[in-house]
Design a protein around this ligand. Structure first.
Ligand SMILES: [Zn+2]
Length: 433
């Protein structure tokens, strides 16, 4: 199970504890709930002196979902895990909407505007807003975890493959899609180089075979310059021929061209790396090839958080953890900056945005509302609140929406923090000796 994070009276992180121990501390009134997501307790009594055991936060960044895991290097135990869903696409759509409405507004007002020309610059390291949002999601969560858990190091999947390793000529076992680390790095290189397509028929396949352009039987080497990605059918058909004899001289030419380093590290990963480095923790960088190799050799199933667990050379020989259910975190954004809603023609609809904070609540806060008997909404409701200036709130529970609950019946559970939460299904780690 995922452990429960604990902080002491001075809000310094302590060793995360087993959920059973957390239950005991709560019932015996030694601790109180400090925060729901991530679930964190605060001790009510002073603790004996002692330094907590440092944990490693491991990150596998993805374009849609980033895996996060807290791992104890000494014991190999996965202490806590999460999967963070980004909202890059939503950011892009919002900006495109804004662009359209501004454009149409400018067209309606026909005052002459001097053209602006070549007066915009982008600072070095500029990233588009949709990617900035991804970077900031991860930074936010690493900073949050640092507040509630004793984190001593960061592991980060930085590049797709190791340029040095794939240049070593002897890549044995690559044909069997298993084997050595160098083999996995080379596979990652080939996937990127050939764009996940068969070099011969350009189809996207599900199972890849590594094709030797000059066959092994005729003295072809295992260097990446002699390798191409092929589907099973093409690989069989080509058989003992070279790519040229098979009618594809272009594959031979393409394989010889080096892949630029930039292709292995994209700009988002650079951006995130630079932000993580500023935190002042030691950072270990890993490759995509090594993550897959670590996962395969340890017979660990593929999920985002388990990929994160397998990032980097520091991955323990035996990864332990029972019934770990990752926290599913979805970025929702903080709030809308638009002051006035519009119809599809750009005309204002309704009244401009009123106060965002009503009776101490903001839209999106998680509350428990206890409405006394005799009212239309009587009962206990737990959910997210939608505030109105009239103090009559709506509460969106897991199943439905309760209208007109007065602010005086609402008790805050978790303040809106730009993320939605759920608990994911656990994945079984292989048994160990
Ligand atoms: Zn093919």
């Amino acid at each position: 199970m995922s452990h429960v994070l604990v902080i002491d009276q001075n809000k310094h992180p302590l060793d995360p504890i087993h959920p059973g121990r957390a239950r005991y501390l709560l019932t015996a009134d030694h601790a109180a709930v400090y925060r729901r997501y991530p679930f964190t307790l605060i001790m009510k009594e002073t603790q004996p002196e002692g330094t907590p055991h440092p944990l490693r936060v491991k990150i596998d960044p993805g374009s849609q979902t980033t895996g996060v895991a807290l791992v104890n290097d000494a014991t190999g135990e996965v202490v806590w895990a999460a999967e963070l869903r980004h909202r890059g696409e939503q950011v892009r759509v919002n900006l495109a909407d804004r662009h359209t409405s501004r454009r149409s507004r400018r067209r309606r007002h026909t005052r002459y505007r001097q053209p602006r020309f070549l007066n915009r610059t982008r600072p070095t390291g500029w990233l588009p807003p949709s990617l900035v949002s991804r970077v900031q999601n991860v930074v936010t969560w690493v900073e949050r975890l640092r507040r509630y858990a004793p984190i001593g190091a960061i592991s980060y999947e930085f590049v797709r493959f190791d340029t040095q390793l794939i240049e070593q000529p002897d890549i044995t076992g690559i044909e069997y899609q298993q084997g050595t680390l160098a083999g996995w790095e080379a596979r990652e290189y080939l996937l990127l180089k050939w764009g996940y397509r068969c070099a011969y028929c350009h189809k996207e396949a599900t199972r890849w075979e590594v094709d030797h352009i000059l066959p092994r039987s005729r003295g072809g080497s295992n260097r990446v310059k002699n390798l191409a990605l092929a589907c099973h059918a093409c690989n069989q058909e080509k058989g003992d021929r070279t790519a040229e004899e098979y009618g594809h001289p272009e594959v031979q030419a393409e394989a010889g061209k080096p892949l630029k380093d930039a292709a292995a590290v994209n700009s988002t990963r650079w951006g995130l790396y630079n932000r993580l480095k500023q935190m002042g923790l030691p950072i270990e960088t890993g490759t995509g090839g090594r993550t897959k190799w670590n996962r395969t050799t340890r017979q660990i199933p593929k999920t985002h958080w388990l990929d994160a667990t397998c990032v980097g050379a520091s991955t323990p020989e035996q990864v332990r953890g029972k019934k770990i259910r990752p926290l599913l975190i979805r970025a929702t954004g903080q709030q809308c900056r638009q002051m006035q809603n519009m119809d599809k023609y750009g005309f204002p609809v309704g009244s401009p945005k009123a106060a965002t904070r009503v009776g101490g609540f903001r839209t999106g806060d998680m509350v428990r509302a206890i409405v006394p008997a005799g009212r239309a909404t009587s009962g206990t409701h737990v959910g997210r609140v939608l505030v109105r200036a009239s103090k009559q709130f709506d509460i969106r529970t897991a199943t439905d929406r309760i209208p007109n609950v007065h602010a005086r019946y609402c008790h805050p559970l978790h303040r809106q923090d730009g993320y939605a939460y759920a608990h994911g299904k656990g994945a079984a780690l292989p048994p160990h000796a």
